[in-house]
Design a protein around this ligand. Structure first.
Ligand code: FAD
Length: 282
């Protein structure tokens, strides 16, 4: 089994206490030698300043390559251009390019004019034209909720890859067969861009289930059984979550996955233990 490279996603903190937790997690996980780390961006720019500040500090503290997530929905092209030029000037070379979730007042597909991007593939093309960014995009092994079916979604993913994406990071999943089937379907559709598994450590089972419902990511019945009765037993729940994530990551590594991306939720314990089990050390 070859050891996959790793990367970590964080989100900008909203309070001083959350900031302390974030910077502790960043220090713990940066020590494991990730290839890069990324910082999320609130749709429509709601965390714009927080994202920029977090990226700047993370870059300075760790010296690692940091990627900025960026959503294009509801934001004119010239504002996106200005924002990405500021990122480029600040030494940021990696964008996780996304549409963002649909605001209530807009309908999908977007009826856009020349001032706005319509699809993520157009956005990727625009980003590449403005600066030679490394680009990650999102992908959905169980299909994006707005897509009519998986093959239409894979066709849209192919357009994003052809527009210049260097990798696609998956929505989280718990059943690796879902990922393997998706990876095969992408290969069959002629996509050569790596499909990087996005792994979610389960810090709070109930919260995870409501998040999964919103994203339409399935939660297998066997996972429900594992966490049954552990609502008030956080230590036992953390041990189970860690064991499961290690098993999941090791299976992916055995099946040819070369890079794993962790949705850290700004916490380090489960993710760090998993990476250590894969052979990473501080
Ligand atoms: P898209 O690829 O744009 O797909 C959305 C829909 O459009 C799909 O139905 C797709 O099939 C369709 N489509 C796309 N292109 C075409 C085309 N050319 N023709 C026809 N149909 C098309 N959200 C945030 O707000 N901030 C974040 O920081 C953030 N980070 C994320 C990180 C990852 C790794 C992932 C997987 C998701 C993240 N999201 C984030 C959520 C994301 O913004 C939402 O899932 C959003 O609804 C879809 O964005 P997308 O760019 O992945 O989807």
């Amino acid at each position: 089994m070859s050891t996959p490279t790793i990367s970590f996603e964080f989100f900008p903190p909203k309070t001083d206490k959350a900031a302390d937790a974030l910077w502790d997690a960043v220090a713990d996980l940066a020590a494991l030698g990730p290839k890069f780390m990324t910082v999320t961006y609130g749709a429509g720019g709601s965390t714009r300043d927080g994202t920029v500040d977090t990226i700047a500090k993370m870059k300075e503290d760790t010296g690692l390559p940091i990627g900025s997530h960026l959503t294009f929905i509801n934001t004119p092209k010239d504002q996106l251009h200005e924002f990405t030029s500021a990122l480029w000037a600040a030494g940021i070379r990696h964008i996780v390019a996304l549409r963002g979730d649909m605001p209530d007042d807009l309908q999908w597909p977007l009826d856009t004019d020349a001032e706005y991007f319509q699809y993520t593939s157009d956005f990727v093309e625009g980003l590449k034209r403005w600066h030679d960014f490394e680009i990650s995009v999102g992908c959905y092994p169980e299909k994006h909720p707005d897509a009519p079916d998986l093959s239409a979604d894979i066709a849209a993913l192919k357009l994003k890859c052809e527009a210049g994406a260097d990798r696609a990071i998956t929505q989280f999943f718990f059943d690796n067969d879902v990922y393997y089937t998706f990876r095969d379907a992408c290969t069959k559709a002629g996509i050569q861009t790596p499909m990087v598994p996005g792994l979610l450590p389960i810090h709070d089972y109930k919260n995870m289930c409501s998040f999964a419902k919103r994203c339409q990511a399935s939660v297998p019945g066997w996972l429900n059984e594992k966490f049954a009765g552990l609502e008030n037993k956080p230590e036992e729940a953390q041990k189970i979550a860690t064991d499961l994530l290690i098993l999941q990551a090791e299976d992916l590594a055995r099946n040819g996955v070369e890079h794993l991306h962790f949705y850290t939720l700004n916490k380090s314990a489960i993710t760090a233990e998993t990476c250590e089990a894969l052979g990473k050390s501080a």
